[in-house]
Design a protein around this ligand. Structure first.
Ligand code: SF4
Length: 411
């Protein structure tokens, strides 16, 4: 049973965790409060017989002051703190690798299970902006991914499982905390300014956990981020884009990568299920819902530049036609090759000429800066390297144990 499942059952059956049932308390995991959205935490407190405003207080301690010890929550009574200590915990996923680049990029690999490949990664990219320094965090939503886009390192790792809410919001918590470990509790401030749900996995295939996590990002009792600064990026799960229209207002990005169905079927196989016509129509509906809201004025189109595959002049012309009725900003991403990648990166000249064609047609089109080159490359690649090292270390341990066994048997 995942930690998430434990947390959910605990919300509906809090009596299982009361200190008056010591035999059960020994075997039941503590409830991790880190992942709970405010409505979920309010229900949790009410089920415990506490006032629901306590949820807001605890959320502030967790997400604004980065406190994990209930003893430090000074506006909460000693009795309640003691109670929480017994049945709850505030636990971010374990960091197994971190790397801080000279250019300010930070990258973490988290362990989210026992299996060899139970690793996810999170990247923070700083950039100067006219409104000040932006720190954008790219968050993962699944361990691996089932969608198998042909240019993607994560897709090559296959799908293992969905991340829980605690594991998703834990990435944001840890990135913020990395700037203030040494800062006194009451002087702590949130450092991450923007979030993109664009790391490992397809976020719309882990819908509920991602939705609740994004609600926590927007919540004034937690991260209080503006809805323009939280972006969900999808490869095109059309029914869930329509569901988002009803559930939340955040910015939307589409991993397009090809301007026609034939090529997109090859690069982004989910296109066979939801072809471009359906995808563009869903984006139009997303924008139309609240056309005046700034977070929904346009859709961001992500387009990875693959040498000789999708970067030709005719592809730029097809893009112009495809997007002519969709308010959009286009972001060209120079491909970052990974070992055994079947593609190469388009040349600088090719990318610039592609950009010029789109800009001349009236689109806002940018080229993503490659950052953090001294710490690694494409999404999912660092996890591959860490998993490789873990595997090699385990194989080495087995080899040594086998040799010792032989020596022992030889007397
Ligand atoms: S690009 Fe995104 S959706 Fe496609 S395989 Fe990679 S992680 Fe999954």
């Amino acid at each position: 049973m995942s930690t998430e499942a434990v947390a959910v059952s605990a919300v509906s059956e809090p009596q299982q965790h009361t200190p008056s049932a010591p035999a059960q308390a020994k075997t039941v995991e503590k409830v991790n409060l880190l992942g709970m959205s405010r409505p979920q935490m309010e229900k949790f407190f009410e089920d415990m017989g506490e006032k629901k405003f306590r949820a807001g207080q605890v959320m502030k301690w967790i997400h604004q002051f980065f406190v994990t010890d209930f003893a430090e929550m000074t506006n909460i009574s000693g009795k309640l703190r003691e109670k929480l200590e017994k049945i709850c915990e505030i636990k971010a996923p374990e960091v197994v690798h971190k790397n801080y680049s000279k250019d300010g990029t930070r990258k973490w690999v988290f362990r989210v299970g026992d299996g060899e490949g139970s690793l996810v990664e999170t990247v923070l990219i700083p950039a100067e902006h006219r409104s000040g320094l932006r720190r954008t965090l790219c968050i993962s939503s699944q361990v691996g991914c089932a969608l198998d886009c042909s240019f993607c390192s994560t897709g090559k790792q296959g799908f293992q499982r969905d991340l829980s809410q605690a594991e998703i919001i834990g990435q944001l918590w840890m990135a913020n905390y990395s700037y203030m470990e040494e800062v006194p509790v009451l002087e702590r401030e949130r450092s991450v300014t923007n979030v993109v749900m664009m790391g490992m996995g397809e976020p719309l295939l882990n819908y509920d956990a991602v939705l609740n996590s994004m609600r926590t990002m927007l919540d004034d009792f937690a991260y209080g981020m503006s809805k323009r600064r939280v972006t969900l990026s999808t490869s095109g799960v059309v029914p869930k884009i329509d569901q988002m229209v009803k559930d939340i207002d955040v910015a939307l990005a589409i991993s397009l990568h090809a301007p026609n169905d034939e090529l997109r079927n090859e690069l982004v196989p989910i296109n066979k299920k939801y072809p471009l016509e359906q995808l563009i129509a869903a984006c139009q509906r997303y924008i139309a819902k609240d056309g005046n809201e700034s977070s929904r004025k346009h859709v961001t189109i992500e387009y990875v530049m693959l040498d000789g595959v999708n970067d030709q002049p005719e592809h730029a012309q097809q893009m112009i036609k495809l997007l002519k009725n969709l308010p959009s900003k286009i972001n060209l991403i120079p491909f970052n090759p990974f070992p055994h990648a079947p593609y190469g990166r388009s040349s600088r000249n090719r990318i610039i000429s592609f950009q010029k064609t789109l800009s001349d047609a009236g689109f806002v089109c940018t080229i993503r800066q490659t950052r953090g080159d001294d710490i690694d490359a494409a999404c999912g690649q660092l996890v591959g390297q860490v998993a490789d090292r873990t595997r090699r270390a385990e194989q080495w341990k087995k080899k040594v144990a086998a040799q010792n066994e032989i020596l022992r048997s030889q007397g």
